[in-house]
Design a binder for this molecule. Structure first.
Ligand code: GLU
Length: 308
């Protein structure tokens, strides 16, 4: 029998893994370096809209790269699919901020690495950066079922200190694949990464993808089913950077990791989930997040490739 996520004890799982001490907190900007390494939250949301969460699931962090699936979704929606011609969908086997584009095309390799997300954030509807910021905020709010704040300090510092992101944006300008100014591209992307969420909210966002683009809490269709399918497919192959293969073998659930230690998961038709814990492994994946995701996958039979 398939185990019931409504009965799953998330606090017991949290307590089982909380003593794990591996990993380092990201130090690319002061706000991330100040993250509490003890923070550990797990939340899941089922297609009937039930939200289940552990302790800490209301603690706020910046979404960082867990925003990338949603930027890709909004770009697909706003360009009526043209985004699929502008960004590749192949895994890179390299780190999240590798200064490298697809050979031959000059496109970013996929929307889950920084190059790709800089591009997808530039493709959402809006004539100038402020309009694109507003479009992204409205889109993320629909995925989350509520308005989300932006941490202005994080947005500012990431814009200022994101040298590799500036390099990537300039490289795409030189290749002709980035059509807005490099500085505008980095500003909009940095602001999207600075969106504030908690584990519960991020789980609702993942559940919206897992439910074919319909937010299970509000009932709103946020993106067409085809867009949700495309996004989840690319999360499966590219969502955990150069740890994507290892992730799919061990967890088997499409996901997106981030430097704040947030991971969003989407198990189509089953549930959306989020795990937040700042200490990261060498691939930038939350260590406790990965262990908790493995346990959730095993205990709730979520692995995409396990025959049952
Ligand atoms: N905002 C971060 C950056 O661009 C995101 C990276 C991540 O979360 O993996 O460096």
């Amino acid at each position: 029998m398939t185990p019931d996520p409504h009965r799953y004890d998330l606090d017991a799982l949290r307590i089982r893994l909380i003593d794990e001490r591996e990993g380092e907190v990201d130090d690319s900007i002061p706000q991330l370096a100040d993250a509490d390494p003890e923070l550990f939250a797990i939340a899941l949301v089922t297609p009937d809209g039930t939200v289940r969460s552990s302790a800490d699931a209301d603690v706020e962090i910046s979404i960082q790269s867990a925003v990338k699936p949603f930027l890709f979704a909004l770009a697909l929606l706003d360009t009526e699919g043209e985004a699929l011609d502008r960004v590749g969908i192949e895994p890179t086997g390299e780190s999240f901020d590798a200064v490298k584009l697809e050979s031959g095309t000059g496109r970013p390799p996929n929307p889950m690495v920084n190059a790709g997300a800089l591009l997808t954030a530039s493709l959402v509807r809006g004539a100038d950066p402020a309009a694109r910021d507003a479009r992204i905020a409205a889109g993320l709010a629909a995925f989350a079922g509520r308005d989300l704040a932006v941490d202005e300090g994080v947005a500012h510092d990431e814009h200022l200190l994101g040298d590799r992101n500036h390099a990537l944006a300039h490289l795409m300008r030189a290749e002709g694949t980035m059509r807005v100014s490099a500085d505008d591209a980095v500003a909009v992307y940095a602001r999207a990464c600075a969106t504030v969420v908690d584990a519960e909210t991020l789980a609702v966002m993942g559940a919206t993808l897992a439910c074919g683009g319909v937010n299970p809490r509000t009932g709103e269709r946020v993106v067409p089913a085809q867009v949700a399918r495309d996004v989840v497919s690319v999360m499966a192959t590219c969502g955990v950077y150069d740890g994507s293969g290892r992730w799919m073998r061990a967890v088997g659930v499409p996901a997106k990791s981030s430097v704040s230690g947030a991971i969003v998961l989407a198990a189509p038709g089953r549930l959306g989930a989020a795990v937040v814990s700042p200490p990261l492994d060498a691939q930038g994946t939350s260590v406790r997040g990965r262990l908790a995701s493995e346990a959730l996958s095993d205990d709730l039979h979520l692995h995409s490739f396990a025959a049952r």
